[in-house]
Design a protein around this ligand. Structure first.
Ligand SMILES: [Zn+2]
Length: 373
């Protein structure tokens, strides 16, 4: 979903202040619509602004207000509807998140007209400058750069009502009303999402003696899970799976923070093991959790502690200038040569079977959907 970067929806890397999303009503999500369908499915999405206090006695004021944007993109079938009674919102602070009313912008606006009890802004609100309401966002299909992953193709084949396309989180801002934002970002890494898992896990470590906890932050992550698992019925990761994932990543982040810039071979071993395990699950909800880990890896890379092969993603101890695995160093050749035509010709018997299966499935689906390709 790289193309959503221009809206500041995807990843903020390289994003300009202009692309920052404006929330007129910070407690409601911004609704995303698309004029085109994809393989017969409507495209819907929401961006939620999560603004919570994170407590840490190391911060100058003991806490910081940190704001993140969480984006969900899904495919909706013709027959989709939200049954709010069956899946009531669990987080009262963010009531509209996960509802996905209306498959198109027109349907959404009509529902607002009909439902006066809705917590959503009415059509009048959206156009009234003085009422705080979020404006729906309409994106073009090509901006989404949807990739036909096996998971996506299989979900379409099974005719699922809702298919999770993308779930992502990006840093927005931080502050405590006194300390300059740059200090909080640089010294306490509050602009890095890899610190979040630690604070998510830390609330249950604090003794109940009136010490502020990070429970609020944890509640919104429960709400995201509820949305994915119960409302979208995307059941690849249970609550326990998520907790153990977050726990593993929190542990790695905490050890890095405590390591005072030193990376032990034992730490590297755990990092590599997690990396190998996580790349076996290329699906959107897992990738949401992997993004915290990827952020940690990027930080370790920037601090010249490790490097990650650009081709295969394997992690190694830092070697200056190294970008790909080499036969002499890492035991396999991942250099650009790997992708050259001559290499492909020589080794196609090794590469092709995998690509062939994916292509066959894609073609069959295109044919099925009447898409010319
Ligand atoms: Zn490699």
């Amino acid at each position: 979903m790289a193309a959503l970067t221009s809206y500041g929806v995807g990843n903020k890397v390289g994003g300009s202040p202009k692309s920052r999303i404006i929330f007129n009503d910070p407690k409601q999500p911004i609704e995303i619509f698309c004029k085109d369908k994809y393989m017969g499915y409507f495209i819907r999405g929401q961006i939620l602004n999560v603004r919570e206090k994170i407590y840490d006695s190391h911060f100058p004021k003991g806490y910081a207000d940190v704001s993140y944007n969480i984006t969900v993109l899904i495919l909706l079938s013709e027959s989709y509807f939200t049954d709010r009674d069956e899946n009531p919102t669990i987080c009262m602070d963010y009531p509209g998140f996960g509802d996905f009313y209306g498959r198109t912008k027109e349907e959404f606006i009509n529902i607002q007209k009909e439902n006066s009890r809705s917590t959503y802004p009415t059509l009048k609100d959206i156009h009234n400058k003085h009422v705080k309401a979020n404006k729906p966002l309409e994106v073009k299909l090509e901006q989404l750069e949807i990739k036909n992953t096996l998971q996506l193709l299989q979900s379409i084949k099974k005719k699922k009502n809702t298919i999770l396309l993308y779930l992502g989180i990006i840093y927005d801002s931080c502050g405590d009303g006194k300390t300059p934002q740059a200090v909080l970002e640089q010294k306490y890494h509050l602009d890095k999402i890899h610190v979040l898992p630690y604070y998510l896990k830390s609330f249950d470590r604090i003794i109940e003696d009136g010490t502020p906890s990070n429970r609020d932050l944890s509640i919104i992550f429960d709400h995201v899970h509820h949305t994915v698992y119960n409302i979208l019925k995307h059941r690849t990761l249970s609550k326990n799976d998520c907790n153990s994932l977050i726990g593993d990543i929190a542990e790695l982040g905490l050890r890095w923070a405590d390591a005072e810039g030193k990376v032990s071979s034992r730490y590297l071993k755990i990092l590599v093991a997690f990396n190998d395990k996580s790349r076996k699950h290329p699906e959107p909800y897992y990738e949401f959790y992997s993004s915290f880990f990827n952020d940690l890896v990027a930080d370790l890379n920037a601090k010249e502690k490790i490097w990650q092969c650009l081709a295969c993603g394997n992690i190694y101890k830092y070697k200056k200038g190294r970008k790909y695995c080499s036969l002499t160093g890492e035991g396999k050749n991942c250099s650009r040569k790997y992708y050259s035509k001559s290499y492909y010709k020589k080794n196609q018997w090794k590469i092709r079977p995998k690509a062939k299966v994916a292509m066959r499935e894609t073609r069959a689906l295109y044919k099925d959907k009447g898409v010319e390709k």
